[in-house]
Design a protein around this ligand. Structure first.
Ligand SMILES: C[S@@+](CC[C@H](N)C(=O)[O-])C[C@H]1O[C@@H](n2cnc3c(N)ncnc32)[C@H](O)[C@@H]1O
Length: 217
């Protein structure tokens, strides 16, 4: 199935309006969260595609908002991979409070040295990823790469292992979204992904995300 992203992408001001039905109850927004326009890009893909399995790397406000939409649509499941136990507790508590555990799980996966690392940045524990995605029992229809944190010096390429690590679970035609593409590290990661996996990404500069479609065959 071709990716069904509404185009052209919204700017952040318009995205807040589009998000408004999904913003209650209150959620804490910070600079660490996806920008509204980037999150709308993800939600549009969920709405058009009606995915069976969404995997998000790096949990937070986006986790709860995507779970709210899945719950409303009555289809699909979100696995949000999180390395920080205390943060995972907070996000899981909000999912519990809102009765969203039928559609979303926070998967705890500590960061470890990894054979696919670029410049030695750590990656999520592979056994934790394999267990969670294996139990889900369905290939990934939508992958959102917003973790591990990659803003610190020396960690700029921390998200590079995402495609190599998850390739065996990606559905043909799956949508892949990378956040924070205004940063040089993410642009270098995208260049390697395009070269190594043949995925062409659309750069949504106004939303801070790149959107690619995993090859169908
Ligand atoms: C880029 S953030 C992920 C943000 C998330 N996808 C969202 O849009 O809300 C990457 C990591 O930062 C940490 N994090 C995110 N929001 C945070 C917050 N408000 N306070 C502390 N840590 C946070 C979590 O460990 C998360 O995995």
């Amino acid at each position: 199935m071709p990716p069904a992203i509404a185009r052209p992408p919204l700017d952040d001001a318009a995205a807040w309006q589009a998000l408004s039905p999904l913003l209650k109850p209150y959620l804490p927004w910070s600079a660490g969260a996806m920008r509204p326009a980037g999150l709308v890009t993800v939600l549009n893909d969920v709405w058009f595609r009606m995915p069976t399995l969404v995997v998000e790397l790096g949990s937070g406000t986006s986790t709860v908002v995507v779970a709210r939409l899945l719950h409303e649509l009555g289809t699909g499941r979100l696995l949000s991979i999180e390395h920080d136990d205390a943060w995972a507790d907070r996000v899981q508590r909000q999912l519990d409070r809102e009765g969203l555990v039928d559609v979303a799980d926070v998967v705890r996966a500590p960061l470890r040295p990894h054979e696919r690392s670029w410049h030695g940045a750590e990656w999520y524990d592979e056994a934790a990823l394999a267990t969670a995605i294996g139990v889900a029992g369905h290939p990934i229809d939508l992958l959102v790469v917003d973790g591990p944190p990659a803003w610190q010096p020396g960690k700029e390429h921390a998200r590079y292992p995402a495609l190599g690590s998850l390739v065996r679970w990606l559905a043909p035609g799956a949508t892949v979204v990378l956040d924070d593409i205004e940063r040089a590290g993410e642009q270098e990661v995208l260049a390697r992904w395009q070269q190594e996996h043949g995925v062409i990404f659309d750069m949504h500069a106004a939303s801070g995300v790149a959107v690619g479609s995993w090859p169908s065959a």
